[in-house]
Design a protein around this ligand. Structure first.
Ligand code: ZN
Length: 452
């Protein structure tokens, strides 16, 4: 299995120099920084600008689906765009301004321009008394209403009888945008990555996933060979994924593995949420990688709530799609507030998340079923020059470059009966998946193993 070329190009592989690793952290963080100010929503200009930013970096096909289009059990909504939104005192002081933070306006607020008595305004305000300095993030996609999100501290200072509310926004027929990047491999079988891209100025909850996906796609595109094809979808949460699923039912049968990427920039340990199937290969790969890194306790069962794994894992599709995160949604105090900002996301965490996603891709690429071509008795390894490559034995005690783990080789020869995958053998033997990959390469080079 000629995989040395592809592994040397893994952005975060072991051979990488610290300078390159530092650059990558900066690159990942720069995506979050660049996209942070845009007012994304499930439709509209901010989402489109975000997709164009991604398209400048990886090959991205952008689709526009007209408002009113029926998609599965839903309908593509009207397109929402905002020019200005603010609350002013009657003497002209600006109290709340969308230009300062796009979280201030409840998403899909309709246009308003009038003086509103304070008691009425109060019914349109959302604040967090327990977190008085955070602006909450709220949406009202199908509410036909308007509202502002403000800090509770500002709210407590609203003592005048009336305020001038001005929302210059349009809600009209347009389209829903999503982006798709396909990196073809040797087979049409695909690994899917899905990233919701509809949140405005929130850094961890959704920009971290976008940043990691951009760099993962770029690294995959640079690999000289890929067994699998890789598809990245950047779409609005729920309605975007539903729209993609509706329009791509012919592609769904190619999906062998999938990951929703979200909340990948905070400092918590990595978390994996299982697919509905719970025992899909991606579930086993993630459990293996997190277990090997000491995070076995961060594997969570599937629940029908969270990100777009809800759609991919709905019973009609039941795709093998899990969710890779650090902090799960709703479990951190900064979640869906103005505190999910550029300080909350760490370059090191982004890079670590990319490293873990890359490990999962490597398992997808390298896990296969091998067959021992000399299964009657142990084959003579010395005659084939393999003992010289074995580490941990006299003559090659430290292993060194190209060293093969002897026990990995013996386990592989024993269990490569056409029925056990490398993951099966890793789980049963306790030998690392990587050592088995190296052993398989050495044994197939001398004609002792063939891929099934
Ligand atoms: Zn969210």
């Amino acid at each position: 299995m000629a995989d040395s070329g592809s592994r040397s190009l893994d952005l975060l592989d072991r051979g990488q120099t610290p300078a390159e690793a530092g650059d990558l952290r900066d690159v990942l963080y720069s995506h979050v920084e660049a996209l942070f100010p845009l007012c994304r929503s499930i439709t509209g200009r901010g989402l489109r600008q975000t997709l164009r930013y991604i398209a400048d970096r990886i090959p991205l096909e952008i689709s526009e689906v007209p408002s009113g289009t029926a998609v599965l059990d839903w309908e593509v909504p009207l397109e929402w765009n905002v020019r200005r939104a603010r609350i002013r005192s009657l003497d002209g002081r600006t109290i709340v301004d969308f230009a300062r933070s796009n979280l201030h306006l409840v998403q899909y607020s309709k246009a308003v321009d009038r003086v509103v008595p304070r008691a009425e305004l109060e019914r349109h305000l959302i604040s967090l008394p327990q977190q008085p300095d955070f602006v909450p993030y709220r949406t009202g996609y199908y509410a036909d209403d308007w509202g502002f999100c403000i800090t509770d501290r500002v709210r407590q200072g609203l003592t005048e009888d009336a305020y001038h509310v001005e929302i210059d926004a349009t809600l009209e027929p347009g389209s829903l945008s999503y982006g798709e990047c396909l990196i073809p491999g040797e087979t049409a079988e695909e690994m899917l990555f899905s990233v919701h891209s509809c949140h405005p100025s929130l850094a961890n909850d959704n920009l971290s996933g976008i940043a990691v996906a951009i760099e993962l796609a770029r690294a995959l595109a640079q690999r000289p060979r890929r067994r699998f094809s890789y598809r990245f979808i950047f779409a609005a949460g729920t309605i975007g994924a539903i729209t993609w699923l509706d329009r791509n039912q012919d592609k769904i049968r190619h999906i062998r593995h999938g990951l929703v990427l979200s909340n990948l920039g905070d400092s918590a340990a990595p978390t994996y949420k299982q697919s509905r199937r719970a025992n899909a290969l991606i579930d086993r790969y993630a459990a293996y990688v997190l277990g090997e890194e000491g995070h076995a306790d961060r594997v969570r069962p599937f629940i029908p709530y969270g990100y777009d794994e809800r759609q991919y894992c709905s019973p009609g599709f039941n795709l093998p799609v899990g969710c890779l995160m650090r902090s799960p949604s709703g479990t951190f105090p900064e979640y869906h507030t103005s505190a999910d900002n550029l300080d909350f996301v760490k370059p090191e965490a982004l890079a670590d998340s990319l490293r873990i996603a890359t490990r999962l891709v490597d398992m997808v690429e390298h896990d296969r079923v091998w067959r021992n071509l000399s299964p009657y008795g142990e084959p003579q390894l010395g005659r084939r020059g393999l003992y010289g490559k074995i580490g941990g034995v006299p003559g090659n005690p430290s292993g060194g470059a190209g060293a093969i783990d002897q026990m990995a080789m013996l386990w592989l020869l024993n269990l490569a009966d056409g029925e056990h995958s490398l993951l099966d053998i890793a789980e049963r033997s306790g030998k690392s998946f990587d050592s088995l990959v190296a052993a398989a390469a050495a044994l197939s080079d001398v004609g002792l193993l063939a891929a099934d």
